[in-house]
Design a protein around this ligand. Structure first.
Ligand code: FBP
Length: 698
């Protein structure tokens, strides 16, 4: 008998099978062997630093007090040289032990920071050692580090993730942790530590630099976060760091996926895709995604925070009162705005589309902030006054709501009681139940509201769905019927399009390309009524099948698909921009170390320009710090950069908003950024936000 099976073990040994199932594929090989170009100044044998007094900062008094050793640091320019005096050369090339740690969420390009640091350190002195702390700052506290060798570093060049040494979110923010850090530095005989992290981690870097200043241990920060909210300007608005690394890759990865949804929904024409994109606070990623994809609706949190209800303001002015609630966006208004866009697109036959919602949007909605503050106060006050805590006394949502209602009643009787009034109660009533529950859940151990527990997109889209149902019942939300199609269908059935058209549509005589069924027609029953009233059919006559078909086509269903883009883009292999940026950041970090800096952040100025104009620099961290409330007390932190609504990039998105909504007959205006291309010439060389912001201010 013929053998009709193959031996699996033999099969797996087949070279072709091994080739196609190997972990190492061509893309990986090419990524690993790619050598990013190096900024001119960093291509020299050595570098020296020059303080640049041109860039100034407004320094917080507390920062001056808490960080006296590094507060007078200046921006440092890096200059490439091929010759150094013997003593300077010895200092530059002395044998060093350098530690590096990733802190916070992964961001594409981190491995290249290590590669750049490694290459520069080995070039200066092959005996230099680089230690990678494992699992983030915990690795420092627990002295868990590995020496990074060439083979380890080579296997991660140009690859995404922080897989080489992993990451973690622990903060080095207490005396005890600082002491452990010093102990680890001593154990490993470290000369310096490089902290690759976001705003909090760079804040930590500054405190560590201050703390270890007298021990001669240098600390250098590197601006990382896909959220793009580390951006540095001086007091005059000169840009020193246009964006943190990882932002471009994450935005490009999200944009590719969202662009695919634009293609799908405009083919299938039946879904609205709701895309939540990461960005815990700032909406930079959503803004870049809007520019990359031209999605129909993109919400920008920072814009909502700026919103003023001019009508209310005018009304209040006339009544000679101040209406504080006219400032700031409400959830109700936001959902109305989205519904308006959906209804307008449906009217031209497009009952589909793509909405981009930044993850952190609720923080910008004044009303939510106010609720959180008020409810925090109500819960805290209740707990202070009673033996049993608020949540045990009111275990169910309805009990909690009843308590709030009692407070609202009290505010009507007692004018001095303002914490919860009838308007608060009415607005709170508008919120979906699951979100009411969310807002009333137990606070964390510091009494803070836990934003991360709220499903942002769900909150907004439930309100949208509810209001669309109302608009549907009112006959306002309708799918427009193409006039040519309507005429054709009726002609085919031998019916007079004009005769039925005037009875059926509200805009039949105004030459519109899309016809809208009358508002009063919201069911087959009401259709029959209207046709009878208009004399289009007689009492005992049925509705002509083609007319009923047209009506049914006009009745919308609001069908959504919900997506979350975050971790996927965060784990993407870096774009060429991020590969080059991060490799040069690593080289810059070494240059700062070799020249004795501490408390500086490695950065590249002119990122928004062509690569030949990139300028590696050191930015002093301490002068950037501000007092902010953290866990109920004021603390010095590096300020987060949110989207500037006066920036060119934002103004461009705003100017194109109507066009990209495409609530008019004709094609949508989607843009296809395509997948991240590592090789070839077609990949863009920097984020669009940067390109636009570098152009003259509008
Ligand atoms: P970093 O600021 O640490 O870079 O992290 C940013 C981020 O990716 C946010 O966009 C997101 O909200 C958050 O991390 C998610 O955090 P986690 O990994 O803890 O779920």
């Amino acid at each position: 008998m013929e053998k009709d099976f193959i031996d699996l073990e033999d099969f797996l040994k087949n070279p072709e099978v091994q080739n196609v199932t190997d972990n190492i594929n061509q893309e990986l090989i090419e990524r690993r062997k790619y050598t990013p170009p190096v900024c001119e100044v960093l291509s020299h044998q050595y570098t020296v630093l020059q303080d640049n007094p041109y860039f100034k900062f407004s320094i917080d008094r507390e920062s001056r007090k808490q960080m006296p050793s590094i507060i007078n640091n200046k921006v440092q320019n890096i200059v490439g040289v091929d010759f150094l005096e013997e003593s300077a050369k010895q200092g530059y090339c002395k044998k060093r032990n350098i530690g590096i740690v990733f802190s916070g969420g992964p961001a594409p390009g981190g491995h290249n920071v290590i590669a750049g640091l490694f290459d520069a350190a080995k070039k200066a002195n092959p005996e230099n050692k680089i230690y990678g702390f494992l699992l983030g700052p915990d690795g420092i506290l627990e002295n868990e580090a590995i020496e990074l060798t060439k083979s380890i570093v080579d296997s991660y060049r140009n690859l995404g993730g922080f897989t080489m040494i992993k990451t973690g979110r622990t903060k080095i923010d207490t005396k005890k942790k600082m002491a452990l850090t010093k102990k680890t530095c001593k154990n490993l005989n470290l000369d310096s530590i490089v902290i690759v992290g976001g705003d909090d981690s760079n804040t930590n870097a500054a405190f560590m630099a201050q703390e270890m200043f007298d021990d001669g241990i240098q600390v250098i920060g590197v601006p990382k976060t896909i959220d793009g909210d580390i951006q540095v300007k001086d007091i005059e608005g000169n840009v020193l760091c246009a964006i943190s690394f990882g932002f471009h890759t994450a935005a490009r990865a999200f944009a590719n996926e969202i662009s695919n949804l634009c293609t799908d929904c405009s083919s299938d024409v039946k879904y609205w895709h709701i895309c939540k994109v990461m960005g815990r606070v700032a909406s930079h990623l959503a803004l870049e995604v809007a520019l990359q994809t031209h999605a129909n609706i993109t919400l920008i949190g920072e814009e909502l925070a700026d919103y003023i209800d001019k009508k209310r303001l005018e009304k209040a002015k006339k009544e000679q009162i101040v209406d504080y609630s006219a400032y700031g966006m409400t959830l109700r208004y936001l959902s109305r705005f989205i519904c308006d866009c959906i209804v307008r697109r449906a009217a031209v036959g497009k009952n589909y589309g793509v909405i981009v919602i930044p993850e952190g949007i609720l923080e910008f909605i004044d009303e939510i902030q106010v609720f959180i503050i008020k409810l925090n106060a109500i819960i805290a006050e209740y707990n202070k006054m009673h033996d049993i805590d608020f949540h045990s006394d009111f275990p169910l949502l309805r009990d909690k709501l009843e308590h709030l209602r009692r407070l609202a009643r009290r505010s009507r009787e007692d004018r001095s009681f303002t914490i919860w009034n009838t308007r608060d109660d009415d607005l709170f009533d508008d919120i979906p139940e699951f979100f009411q529950k969310g807002l009333l859940t137990e606070r964390d151990s510091h009494g803070n509201f836990q934003f991360s527990l709220v499903e942002t997109d769900k909150v907004i889209m439930e309100l949208v769905t509810d209001y669309l149902n109302i608009l549907k019942e009112k006959g306002i939300y309708k799918i427009g019927i193409e006039r040519a199609y309507y005429t054709d269908i009726l002609n085919k059935e031998g019916l007079d399009p004009d005769f039925f058209g005037r009875a059926l549509f509200r805009n039949y005589d105004d030459n519109s390309m899309f016809l809208l069924v009358k508002e009063s027609i919201i069911s087959v029953k009401t259709l029959k009524k209207v046709l009878l009233k208009e004399g289009a059919i007689r009492e005992n006559e049925n509705i002509p099948a083609c007319v009923e078909k047209i009506y049914k086509k006009s009745a919308p269903k609001f069908k959504t698909q919900v997506h979350f883009y975050g971790y996927d883009g965060r784990g993407n292999d870096p774009t060429r921009f991020d590969c080059i940026y991060t490799y040069n950041l690593g080289l810059t970090a070494f240059s700062l170390i070799a020249n004795g800096s501490t408390g500086q952040m490695a950065a590249i100025k002119n990122l928004e320009m062509d690569f030949p104009r990139w300028e590696p620099i050191g930015i002093p961290i301490a002068p950037l710090m501000r007092l902010e409330e953290r866990k109920g007390r004021l603390a010095l932190v590096l300020e987060k950069s949110v989207v500037n609504v006066n920036s060119t990039a934002f103004k461009v998105v705003k100017a194109f908003r109507e066009k990209w909504l495409a609530a008019e007959p004709g094609e949508d205006h989607y843009r296809r950024p395509g997948p991240i291309r590592f090789t070839g010439k077609s990949e863009e060389d920097r984020p669009i936000t940067l390109v636009l912001n570098a152009l003259k201010d509008l």
